[in-house]
Design a protein around this ligand. Structure first.
Ligand code: ADP
Length: 555
């Protein structure tokens, strides 16, 4: 028997219409580096999204399913693109502006982007690529920045250049958004390729809608129109963790840092604009912590901080707790939209000694994300908090495939999807009986020493708890006797001094790391190499070690 309920498709245009009317006075504030930031209401964003859709359709001939790329910072215009492009039936493709040029070219070509909307400040990056972007017909430029580098390159490449504001001017401020199939492509994002070639994930209207509702749950970020969220996580990194869509459902004010992502302007933004929430990867928070320690500011408004993208070191969480900013740890991937788990401690643990232990896990699975652990032999492992295996997930906002292979069909590589359609995350960990995930490593980063596994993350967290250590990354290096052994790469805090012997003793005595897991190879680095989304780039470290470029001390 079928239900008697209405079957209204879950479309991004509905989120836009809701946000720009019911929450029309909520604001998107964009940092400009000038004395005053730029402010735009949700109502204005709605009107301008309609204008952008008219411009794309009428002036540029954008049709259903066309891929429209953005090469932009987090700002109001990027939010407009987020809503206009999918709502009109085209596909938003956010480009990661930190990728090396050859990867960007590869990705634009693979997605067959017809149009790119670019921030003026990024034209020096875009212009040299134009001759290689064969599918590209139009560039729309928005915001400050010299246009000169683009003009000549565009003429040679046969690409037409438009000014964003000129395109929008005079266009109708309402749009009759089409009634699309909710399973249609809305947006695409390529994985940042930390462990291999970038792969395209294509989100549907339905997956974005359901994921946004999850982001809004009290168990997740739980924000309301009384909040202002500082969205440091880039809009090109898994839809800024779903925040722009989720906030339009609830009227949360957005504070967008544009290109001002350094610790000092972030600290100034927090003091002046008084956000209540912020989201970013741990490296951003490490930087901000250093800045706030050196130059204290009035940042008491910021009480909730979402950290994800890589493991949050416990020492970082404790440091933010001391500042009155409560860290909420979350796990996810490009393939999971990204919210997969959120670490809100269960009621019985709140206020007890157990609470921190829960908060430092990757978190609990929400309704909508089913999880299972698979052992090395393919066996299903119990949720006992001890048995470690590869995490597999499924759900309505989890990828079932990657964007097209050479045959033009979606790809389901065996190492990423199981035969019964679950996503293999490549993350290794345990799940407690009450559903909390603890990741010990990425499958590719785990150190296999004499048949036993050593968690690189555990060693890193332990090292970063030492007061002299600013950052630490641990990678597996080949070892004649054991197969692999850990190499500890350490960045010391400014002015701090600690010998390797001291750090090793600290690992053993304070962090209670088993003796056989202690690294014997050590090196000091000026900074840990980072990926395009700010994670430790272990591929680079392994390569540098293999090439003999690191000065190793053995103890
Ligand atoms: P890439 O795979 O290119 O790094 P993603 O942003 O999709 O791009 O990264 C997802 C991966 O990041 C996860 O599979 C996991 O390894 C890691 N990750 C994300 N959040 C966390 C977290 N809270 N703790 C540990 N690892 C995390």
């Amino acid at each position: 028997m079928l239900s008697t309920m209405q079957d209204v498709p879950l479309l991004i245009s509905r989120i836009l219409t809701h946000g720009s009317t019911i929450h029309g006075s909520s604001q998107v504030t964009t940092w400009t580096g000038e004395p005053e930031p730029h402010r735009r209401t949700y109502a204005e964003i709605g009107a301008r999204a309609a204008q952008l859709a008219h411009a794309l359709g009428d002036d540029l001939g954008v049709a259903r399913d066309d891929r429209i790329a953005t090469l932009m910072w987090n700002n109001a215009e990027h939010v407009e693109a987020y809503f206009a492009i999918p709502s009109m039936g085209a596909v938003l493709h956010t480009l990661n502006l930190r990728l090396p040029p050859e990867q960007l070219i590869w990705i634009v070509h693979h997605a067959a982007d017809r149009v790119v909307i670019a921030n003026g400040s990024l034209l020096p990056l875009l212009a040299p690529l134009l001759p290689h972007l064969k599918t590209l017909e139009h560039v729309i430029v928005s915001g400050p920045g010299d246009r000169a580098p683009l003009t000549e390159a565009a003429a040679t490449a046969g690409v037409r250049v438009h000014e964003y504001e000129e395109l929008l001017a005079g266009k109708p401020t309402a749009y009759d958004w089409p009634e699309l199939d909710e399973r249609q492509a809305a947006a695409m994002c390529y994985t940042s390729g930390t462990t291999g070639d970038p792969k395209g994930v294509v989100y549907s209207h339905r997956s974005v809608y359901l994921h946004s509702m999850q982001v809004n749950m009290a168990e997740s970020m739980g924000l309301t129109d009384r909040d202002t969220s500082l969205v440091v996580v880039p809009q090109f990194h898994v839809n800024a963790w779903g925040l722009p869509h989720a906030t339009f459902m609830t009227g949360v004010n957005l504070l967008m840092p544009d290109r001002f992502l350094q610790p000092a302007p972030l600290a100034e933004m927090i003091e002046r604009e008084r956000p209540t929430h912020a989201a970013a990867v741990p490296t951003i928070w490490q930087g901000l912590l250093g800045e706030l320690t050196a130059n204290p500011r009035e940042v008491s408004s910021l009480t909730q901080v979402t950290i994800g993208g890589s493991a949050c070191p416990p020492a970082l969480m404790e440091a933010f707790d001391r500042l009155g900013m409560r860290v909420c740890h979350a796990w996810g991937m490009t393939e999971t939209s990204p919210l997969g788990t959120v670490a809100r401690p269960p009621a019985h643990a709140v206020g007890t000694d157990e609470e921190f232990g829960y908060r430092i896990t990757q978190g609990r699975f929400p309704t909508g994300v089913e999880a299972r652990l698979t052992g090395p032999g393919g066996e299903r492992l119990p949720w006992d908090g001890r048995s470690a295996g590869e995490l597999e997930v499924r759900g309505p906002w989890i990828a079932a495939a990657y964007y097209n292979g050479p045959d033009g069909e979606p790809q389901r590589p065996e190492d990423k999807f199981t035969e019964d359609g679950w996503l293999k995350t490549g993350d290794v960990g345990t799940i407690s009986p009450d559903g909390f995930l603890t990741l010990t490593d990425r499958a590719k980063d785990v150190i296999k020493s004499g048949g036993e596994w050593i968690s690189s993350v555990e060693l890193e967290n332990a090292l970063m708890a030492h007061p002299a250590v600013a950052e630490a990354a641990v990678v597996a290096v080949p070892d004649e006797k054991w197969g692999e052994r850990p190499l500890a790469t350490v960045v010391l805090r400014e002015g701090a001094d600690a010998g390797f012997e001291t750090l090793r003793t600290f690992l053993q005595d304070e962090a209670k790391i088993a003796k056989w897991q202690l690294p014997e190879r050590w090196t000091i680095l000026p900074a840990v190499p980072k990926t395009s989304v700010g994670k430790f780039d272990k591929k680079v470290l392994r390569r540098q070690y293999a090439a003999g470029e690191l000065e190793i001390t053995e103890i």
